[in-house]
Design a protein around this ligand. Structure first.
Ligand code: MUC
Ligand code: MG
Length: 373
């Protein structure tokens, strides 16, 4: 049998507006910019992938423009002409020639898995070992920038049963203001509704000590990245000091980070993201380290559109355990989509599609409409 080769890789930056401004400690998002990858193979099969970050260069070390350039000028020339069915081999080749650029690598790996799944008529999750679940818990993030609006939003999604857990973005304001904000939301939603907060590194360790104490007393269930991503010892100290679990996000990108953090018990839960990790295979490696260290897992997002979200869902669905669920809600934060059929969200979950590959199809007209010219 002749092996299929990678013939062409096309990348586009797609800008999709959000349904409302999304306030994070480091940026306010009104649109999301996603790099969409089309990987065309000699057997006529096309794989799709997505490489997305948040707020230009304010969150991660790669921008949409740099991701596109890295793929076009550096990754594509390495893999064009190579066997499209050997995902591991292609990724090892990329990894041995290109330092860093994990977001770009993740989108390419996604497209390779999608193509191979379509080729073999199986889902990406099947290629990765097979699903443990088809239904992933999905929270919603409250980040309108206004306490009243956040409460209204949460009550709306509780009443239509789309979500039952909420993450509140804080760190933009004085900690006292943020604590009041979180306490008011928790009080309005009641004891039963699980609330997490994401500080996105905004606090010093000493501020964090006082603020986490107040948030713990207010009944918050999990504290995400309260301090600088570099302060690993600080994360260990906070995790040892508080009963409320601490979750590194920006501090834990690669499996090497996972090993360093696990050794220091710098967190009780790890936030997994395919972009930070440099792809789906690396999520499985991080999950192994976490399991060995008795650290729990959470399925994170870089606020990807449907393609990146469903790629994350495939790898998260094969994990032995995902104790803290996921935040794979971002397609719902966008006003439109570039796939023909949207993902199914219901009863606080995302349903994994079971069509071959990623199980979603690119809408080429929509891609054209939203593509940066
Ligand atoms: C982050 O830091 O976790 C995830 C959800 C959200 O609203 O922002 C992202 C980024
Ligand atoms: Mg985070």
């Amino acid at each position: 049998m002749v092996s299929p080769t990678i013939e062409r890789i096309e990348t586009s930056i797609v800008d999709l507006p959000t349904i409302r401004p999304h306030h994070l400690s480091m940026a306010v998002m009104k649109t999301q910019a996603m790099v969409i990858i089309r990987l065309l193979c000699s057997d006529g099969i096309e794989g799709i992938g997505e490489s997305t970050t948040i707020g230009g260069l304010s969150y991660g070390p790669e921008s949409p423009e740099s991701i596109k350039l890295t793929i076009d000028n550096y990754i594509a020339p390495i893999v064009i002409g190579k066997d499209a069915s050997k995902v591991q081999q292609a990724m090892l080749l990329i990894e041995s020639n290109i330092q860093g650029n994990n977001f770009a690598k993740s989108g390419i790996e996604t497209a390779l898995w999608d193509a191979q799944g379509k080729r073999l008529n199986v889902s990406v999750a099947t290629l990765l070992g097979g699903t443990v679940t088809h239904s992933l818990p999905v929270l919603w993030t409250l980040a309108s920038g206004d306490t009243g609006k956040d409460i209204e939003e949460a009550q709306h999604y509780l009443s239509n049963k789309r979500h039952n857990t909420f993450k509140i973005k804080i760190g933009r304001n004085d900690p006292k203001v943020d604590i009041k904000h979180v306490t008011a939301i928790k009080k309005a939603l009641g004891e039963e509704v699980k609330i997490t907060v994401d500080v996105n590194q905004a606090w010093s360790e000493s501020i964090a000590k006082n603020a986490i104490d107040s948030l713990q007393n207010a009944g918050v269930d999990l504290i995400e990245q309260p301090i600088s991503k570099e302060n690993i010892d600080g994360l260990s100290r906070l995790s040892a000091h508080f009963n409320v679990p601490i979750m590194p996000d920006e501090s834990i990108c690669t499996y090497t980070d996972a090993f360093k953090l696990a050794k220091k018990r710098a967190g009780d839960v790890f936030a997994l993201k395919i972009a930070k990790a440099g792809g789906l295979r690396n999520i499985l490696k991080i999950a192994g380290i976490a399991e060995a260290a008795d650290i729990l897992l959470y399925g994170g997002t870089m606020l990807e559109g449907t393609i990146g979200t469903v790629a994350s869902a495939h790898v998260f669905s094969v994990l032995p355990s995902l104790a803290w669920g996921t935040e794979l809600f971002a397609p719902l934060l966008l006003t439109d989509d570039i796939v023909t059929k949207k993902l199914t969200y219901k009863n606080g979950t995302l349903q994994l599609p079971d069509a071959p590959g990623l199980g979603v199809e690119l809408d080429v007209d929509k891609l054209e409409k939203y593509k940066r010219k």
